[in-house]
Design a protein around this ligand. Sequence first.
Ligand code: 4NP
Length: 154
Amino acid sequence: MRVLFVCLGNICRSPTAEGVLRHKLRAAGLEQWVRVDSAGTGDWHVGKAPDQRTRLAAQRRGYALEDLRARQVEPADFQHFDLILAMDRDNLADLQRLRPAGAPAALDLFLRRYQLAVDEVPDPYHGGAAGFEQVLDLIEQACDGLLQEIRGRL
Ligand code: 4NP
């Protein structure tokens, strides 16, 4: 199974989701069965490591993000992934526009798919430290739902 997380810059929310899911897959002994990646709809941060605030907040909860590098989502991703999960509605709308006709990937809003109380992971980039903790709280919860889906599909 192949899962792609998508946000705007690929330096805060989607690399966090990538790191959290990898961590949970490893703990469950399922890492070898699932390919995990992340990308941004924008290209401003291509090649960069995750934002330092994101890295530090993740590190405090035991997730290592420093080896990740930002890339922009591309039409071929819709051929190469089974499931593409958007962090907010803007990301979802951008992905719907980019999606080639007939492409096999399922596309969904990450939090909605796993029935959290809110639908979107708020963009933390221009806010304070609490935003980065909220991103982690939401993503950890949604990744538990995703892990259950993965178990059911493997
Ligand atoms: P992300 O956060 O989409 O979660 O990676 C952002 C990162 C950078 C910008 C916006 C959001 N930016 O405007 O540069």
